[in-house]
Ligand binder design. Structure first.
Ligand SMILES: *Cc1c(COP(=O)(O)O)cnc(C)c1O
Length: 376
């Protein structure tokens, strides 16, 4: 039997009763709009003319020479606001608008998703409040300013470690108070059904474009994993192409799927980092967008079937890849994406391998970190 919102034994809706009403409304809106020609046409227009899609697939001669394989970079760093997050933000904000909502709320860790949400809200005349841990606000001052400049309100969250995990909880709580008028714009393939499916739908444009752009079928798809949305967007359109290998690269300090255990986190059954008594473990990565204790349930499922594999690389590999790409290709990648690049650089390859790496975002946001880490 296929249970609704499950991927094998993962996913579901593990939420308090007060949130069920909100999820039921969301499911109804999502499943009807995603089929509506009016929505599809407008979403397509925004992706093309506003966000700058399709993003290029760039053949990297230097990475190819280094690895002795063929290496392509999917340039999500060139999309509006500088990362893949805009795809999902535009999709959900447009649905919010078309269902008559006036307000969106969002959570953010590093601020990238908060900026993408504030951007979509400004464009579509929606009010926007972004929950952000107070500690993250301190670390990501520039993104806080960007969100405010775009007209959003940034709401500090003081509970627990005052980071992303608490920001998600605060947003879920706020949403349950007024699901008729508020759309919760969740930023990755995580959370209760229908979020993992919805975010996957909006991010799959990445893999669909790659399919058309790549000169011959890729042998490997490689992407970094925070919650799992840029990777899922790249992988999903290739899921039936059995010979295409899919590799998710986590940060060693927040390797929820390669080092965690299944449990319940943010409304879904999935892999997460927890201690012996099931308390969520704190994480650390030099890449703020990878600093999350959980992962989307679809990835947990792909791990369980062996369709995708998951491994992790440390801060120093990512920092090395960051500098290498900047100096050799003139592309400053986000520290998140640098994990995927670092893994490809350190692996050995055959000349027949054709690798597509998702370059999920650009690295201007990381200048302070890389300076502190002595990369400049
Ligand atoms: C947020 C972010 C990530 C991680 O999130 P996913 O949902 O796993 O994609 C990766 N790269 C960049 C540039 C990000 O902003």
């Amino acid at each position: 039997m296929v249970r609704k919102g499950y991927f094998g034994g993962f996913g579901g809706q593990f939420v308090p009763e007060t949130l069920m009403e909100a999820l039921v409304i969301l499911e109804k809106n999502f499943s009807s709009l995603i089929k509506s020609p009016g929505f599809k046409e407008e979403f397509q227009r925004l992706l093309a003319d506003y966000a700058g899609r399709p993003t290029p697939l760039y053949y990297s001669e230097k990475l190819s020479k280094l690895t002795k394989a063929e290496v392509f970079l999917k340039r999500e760093d060139l999309s509006h606001t500088g990362s893949h997050k805009i795809n999902n933000a535009l999709g959900q904000a447009l649905m919010a608008k078309m269902t008559g909502k006036r307000k969106i709320i969002a959570e953010t860790g590093a601020g990238q998703h908060g900026v993408a949400s504030a951007t979509a809200a400004a464009l579509l005349d929606l009010e926007c409040s972004v929950f952000m841990g107070r500690e993250d606000m301190r670390r990501q001052v520039e993104n806080v300013v960007r969100m405010k400049m775009l007209g959003a309100e940034v709401l500090p969250v003081d509970e627990g470690d005052a980071t992303l995990k608490e920001a998600v909880n605060a947003a879920l709580r706020k949403w349950s108070e007024d699901p008729e008028n508020i759309w919760y714009l969740l930023g990755s393939c995580v959370g209760p059904h229908p979020y993992p499916e919805m975010v996957r739908e909006f991010q799959s444009v990445i893999g669909r474009e790659v399919k058309k752009q790549v000169p011959a079928k890729p042998t490997h798809l490689v992407a970094c994993i925070g919650g799992g949305s840029n990777s899922m967007g790249l992988f999903y359109p290739f899921i039936e192409d059995r010979e295409v290998k899919m590799i998710g690269v986590e940060a060693t300090g927040s390797a929820s799927i390669s080092r965690g255990q299944p449990g319940i986190f943010h409304g879904a059954k999935t892999y997460l980092l927890q201690d012996k008594v099931g308390q969520i473990s704190p994480t650390y990565s030099v890449a703020p967008g990878l600093d999350y204790s959980g992962i989307g349930p679809v990835h947990s499922f792909l791990k369980s079937t062996g369709r995708a594999i998951y491994l992790n690389v440390g801060d120093s590999s990512a920092l090395k890849a960051f500098s290498w790409l900047a100096k050799n290709e003139g592309i400053i990648p986000a520290l998140e994406s640098s994990h995927a690049i670092g893994w490809v650089m350190e692996n050995s390859w055959k000349s027949s391998d054709r690798i597509v790496i998702c370059l999920s975002g650009r690295g201007e946001k990381d200048m302070e970190t890389v300076t502190e880490r002595g990369q400049v």
